[in-house]
Design a binder for this molecule. Structure first.
Ligand code: ATP
Ligand code: MG
Length: 445
């Protein structure tokens, strides 16, 4: 700072010295006149420098300035300051652009509203989820575009604490969760999240709990009803009590089956991988055919066709459970005298197919996609009467998925159905033998 004063002081002293020197032998006052003239020149020089600087600062493109002395120092510092500020501005602009780019590509919809709820900016997801358009809707009042009375109330009361769930303006099938976030200068950000999947899972969970409770309530009511009735009798008759035991046992079996099926589903969901081994499907098919015969008690014709001896890589217990369910369904939903045919044969792309064909009542097309939903039954009464829980095909689907296989259902009402487990080539252990003899009991008349 001290160095700043050396130059003007040096100049003033030099000027005073020369004025004194030049005024010697001249009329009095000459020295002061010379000193003042020198100061005036000094002042004009600085004023010119100041004007140049002002013009330079006002210009858009600033050419490099050069000056000596005090102005040289000042310009050097000023240029350095401007350069660093420009760098900071460029960095801030780049950061902002990066932020906007990230926001543009966010999976959630983002809409920036001004203090009047007019749209300032929106990203691609807002176009997709809320049906807004950056070309058409910028500057528009958002309440004219999203016409929900609940949305208007929520936006106008500036309820920042609670999100709002509405149907998407694009499709009633999609659900959105909206959140408003305050921004500086009374602007706000509207965030839209697609919660269709979450809402679907939540509805499924609610249905599931309601279904389980409903399924458990009936057998429990029956058992508790009997127990209470006997409890109320002053002298209960053991013979009378025994008469009701079969029904109570049947109902307890139903509860047990339901709990077993629920536990099986939970286990399948919790253990993502199967414990693989070589599964002898032809042997399993023979056993299933025998069991179908036993279950049918001679009421159906049971056939077995083994096109080859190919085996599978998979979990034998799980696969047995899945295929047994298909077989037991065929027996239960086919009237007496019908045919039930088990078949193990090559399928497409070197895969294998285990199918169970029956000549039962068949299933109407609209039910088919829903059969693997938990507790879905075409005829609830019929399923219950035959001891069904409605979880069988849900378990089958799960097990097949774990084996990268799928369930195919073909059915014609009045003619019958074919349920096929279609396994991919990766799961197949090929066997050279074709047409393995089906050494299984078949065709009880
Ligand atoms: N072979 C079939 N023929 C006609 N309808 C069938 C057949 N297999 C299944 N269904 C229908 O699909 C529904 C669902 O079958 P699923 O195996 O999931 O349940 P369930 O047999 O009722 O009970 P569970 O198998 O748990 O004892 C059945 O209730 C029935 O209406
Ligand atoms: Mg079943």
């Amino acid at each position: 700072m001290l160095s700043f004063w050396w130059r003007p002081l040096g100049f003033a002293l030099g000027l005073a010295f020369f004025s004194l020197l030049l005024s010697s032998g001249r009329p009095p006052g000459t020295g002061w006149a010379l000193f003042s003239a020198g100061l005036l020149v000094y002042l004009i020089y600085h004023l010119r420098q100041l004007r140049k600087l002002t013009e330079w600062l006002a210009a858009d493109d600033r050419p490099a300035l050069s000056a000596d002395g005090l102005w040289g120092d000042a310009l050097y510092r000023l240029e350095k300051l401007l350069r660093s500020r420009k760098g900071a501005q460029q960095k801030a602009a780049a950061d902002l652009e990066q932020m906007l780019e990230a926001t543009r590509n966010l999976p959630d919809g983002v809409v920036i509203l001004d203090d009047n709820n007019r749209i300032q900016w929106l990203n691609q997801a807002a176009e997709r989820l809320m049906g807004l358009s950056p070309n058409r809707d910028l500057g528009q009042f958002v309440l004219y575009l999203i016409r929900h009375s609940r949305f208007a109330d929520w936006l106008l009361t500036e309820d920042y604490a609670h999100p709002l769930s509405i149907d998407s303006p694009v499709s009633r099938e999609r659900a959105l969760s909206l959140q408003q976030i305050p921004l500086p200068r009374a602007q706000k950000m509207l965030l839209a999240r697609d919660i269709t999947e979450i809402a679907r899972v939540e509805a499924m969970r609610r249905d599931f709990v309601a279904n389980v409770s409903h399924e458990l309530r009936t057998p429990i009511t029956v058992i508790v009803g009997f127990l209470e009735a006997f409890d109320d009798m002053p002298n209960p008759d053991p013979a009378e009590f025994r008469k009701h035991i079969p029904l109570m046992r049947e109902q307890s079996d139903r509860i047990r089956r339901l709990v077993d099926d629920l536990l099986t589903l939970a286990r399948l969901e919790n253990e993502p991988d199967t414990k693989d081994e070589a599964v002898d499907v032809p042997a399993m098919a023979r056993r299933l055919a025998e069991e179908a015969g036993a279950m049918s008690q001679g009421k159906h014709h049971v056939g077995l066709e083994l096109k080859c001896g190919a085996r599978l890589i998979g979990n034998s217990q799980e696969l047995y459970g899945a295929l047994a369910n298909l077989v037991s369904n065929a027996v239960r939903y086919t009237p007496a005298g019908g045919h039930i045919d088990l078949r193990w044969a090559p399928g497409e792309n070197n895969g294998m197919v285990f199918s169970v064909t029956d000549t039962g009542e068949g299933i109407e097309a609209q039910h088919i996609p829903r059969l693997t939903e938990r507790f879905y039954r075409v005829d609830r009464g019929r399923s219950r009467a035959t001891g069904g829980t409605g979880l069988g095909l849900a378990i089958v689907k799960h097990i097949l998925q774990r084996h990268q296989a799928r369930l195919r259902i073909d059915s014609i009402v009045g003619k019958g159905s074919t349920f096929s487990a279609v396994f991919p080539a990766e799961r197949v252990i090929p066997d050279k033998t074709a047409d393995v003899p089906a050494a299984a009991p078949s065709v009880p008349a």
